[in-house]
Design a binder for this molecule. Structure first.
Ligand code: FAD
Ligand code: MLT
Ligand code: ZN
Length: 453
């Protein structure tokens, strides 16, 4: 990179926050799964919105591509410099403002972790509704940029549904700031919604304002052993509307929870294995145990139920689901497919995807789990090369053939860019590219994410 440009960047963020040494950069150049590995001339770590704006303006002027990065827990190769881009790390923008208890909202910097927002909300007797296993590392900026879903989506929606305001530096170098949090603010295009899910391709989120929800002091988990995926999918469709206190419905298989239990020394909920399990998590001001028990009783396909109301037991059982990604990483670098299927297709898909993977990669192993309440399955394949493109073609082709979406919650990144036309019409893609051209006219914002070529 041009030394003069590095000097100008160092004048903006101070030399200590321009990382050029290989060791200092390496953690920013490879993604959490180890599958996407790039290289950057420098990692820039601005400490304020104005510094972010100055960095973007300089890169726009010089035509230097940037990849914004938060916690680097993204799973679609969208947050690492695969084409030699400059990495702009937002981790230093980690403030969480005092909770606005009147509005029941909170504003936080892009570099604040999801967990720090959850903690701030809890300290005010409220809750930030988005929750997922990477809460301790994933950031406000990254979860906004990817419109992160997580385990509570069936009750509260994903990140976009919590977003009531945003501050961002657009690819033009200009800063938009709308953090008032007014519930009704019907004044033209809703930029927070547009930037949420834009994966760093339109601008850099520097702060976000979220709505908060009420606490649910009584939390109970029912770990339901079931006879088949079809039975589980049919049951979940009923439980979603039949259990008012339901906040999460997750699907796991025996091989996955056994892998987690072995990897981390945890115990399994049942002595005898069942093919598949549904985890129902209920939260309420009253004790929802009876509500859960009544809803599960008499449902076809239920083999056994373990109920956990105490925090320790409930957390131990939740680890069997939440630590899937960590445990699978111990087996090998996974090829992840985060997809949504129509509820009626879930059972058939779990059968067909195993066959499709075996036909393309006979040595591969398929791990299935996910947010069954919203039709989101995570298909993790180990034992394949990072660039197993034929595998991608086969799996995404099956998803689209079965009426599903090629991305449920992780976004498109670089991993799925070439498949976007399978899922979005030419008219939609033209509209999306027009928006990109308007907000990032120099084409410097994460240019290899979302769109192929
Ligand atoms: P990064 O990985 O740093 O970046 C992700 C994308 O956002 C990249 O394209 C990057 O360029 C862009 N970006 C980052 N910061 C900004 C910014 N300030 N402005 C503009 N663009 C930016 N995801 C889910 O949705 N649901 C889950 O249940 C879930 N579970 C997970 C469990 C584990 C164990 C792990 C490791 C990950 C999980 N994820 C899940 C994936 C990941 O945590 C989310 O995609 C998360 O939103 C990424 O946040 P991040 O700060 O790590 O972003
Ligand atoms: C999760 O829900 O655990 C992640 O989104 C899925 C994954 O790691 O593949
Ligand atoms: Zn997930």
């Amino acid at each position: 990179m041009d030394p003069a440009l590095l000097r100008e960047l160092a004048e903006i963020v101070e030399p200590a926050h321009v990382l050029t040494e290989p060791d200092a950069k390496s953690g920013y150049e490879v993604d959490w799964t180890g599958r996407f590995r790039g290289a950057t001339p420098a990692v820039i770590r601005p400490g304020s919105t104005s510094e972010v704006a100055a960095v973007v303006e300089l890169c726009r002027r010089e035509g230097v591509a940037v990849v914004p990065q938060g916690g680097n827990t993204g799973m679609v190769g969208g947050g690492v410099p695969l084409a030699g881009e400059l990495v702009v790390s937002l981790r230093r923008l980690d403030h969480v403002d005092p909770v606005d208890t009147a509005a029941q909202q909170v504003t936080a910097g892009a570099g604040a972790t999801v967990e720090s927002v959850q903690r701030a909300a809890a300290s005010a007797g409220l809750r930030y509704a988005v929750d997922f296993g990477a809460r301790g590392t994933a950031t406000v900026g990254g979860s906004t940029a990817t419109n992160a879903g997580g385990i509570n989506l069936i009750r509260f929606g994903g990140t976009r549904e919590q977003l009531v305001g945003i501050e961002a530096v657009l690819g033009t170098g200009e800063t938009v700031r709308r953090l008032s949090g007014l519930i009704k603010d019907n004044t033209g295009y809703h930029l927070p919604s547009l930037l949420c899910g834009s994966e760093g391709t339109l601008g850099i989120v520097t702060a976000a304002r979220f709505r908060l929800v009420g606490m649910a002091p009584h939390r109970v988990l029912a770990f339901v052993a079931m006879s088949s995926v079809d039975a589980a999918a049919a049951a979940v469709a009923r439980w979603r509307t039949g259990i008012p206190s339901l906040e999460a419905a997750e699907l796991v298989f025996h091989d996955g929870i056994a892998l987690v239990a072995n990897a981390f020394g945890l115990s399994l909920p049942f002595a005898a294995p069942s093919p598949v399990y549904v985890m129902l998590d209920a939260g309420a001001l009253h004790d929802p145990t009876d509500e859960l028990a009544e809803a599960v009783a008499g449902i076809d396909g239920v083999v056994d139920v373990a109920v956990a109301a105490d925090t320790v037991r409930r957390s131990a059982l939740w680890r069997l689901r939440e630590d899937h990604a960590l445990a699978i990483n111990t087996v090998g670098v996974p090829h992840k497919f985060d997809v949504t299927l129509p509820q009626a297709q879930l059972g058939a898909f779990t059968e067909r995807v195993r066959a499709v993977v075996a036909s393309v990669e006979p040595e591969a192993y398929v791990w299935l789990f996910g947010h069954v309440g919203d039709g989101n399955l995570h298909v993790n394949v180990t034992g394949v090369a990072p660039d197993a493109h034929a595998l991608d073609d086969a799996v995404y082709g099956l998803v689209v053939e079965m009426g599903g979406s090629i991305s449920a919650e992780h976004g498109i990144g670089t991993a799925k860019a070439r498949f976007l036309p399978l899922d979005r019409s030419a008219t939609e893609l033209t509209a999306m590219r027009s928006i990109k051209a308007a907000l990032d006219p120099a084409g410097i914002m994460n240019p290899h994410a979302l769109f192929a070529g």
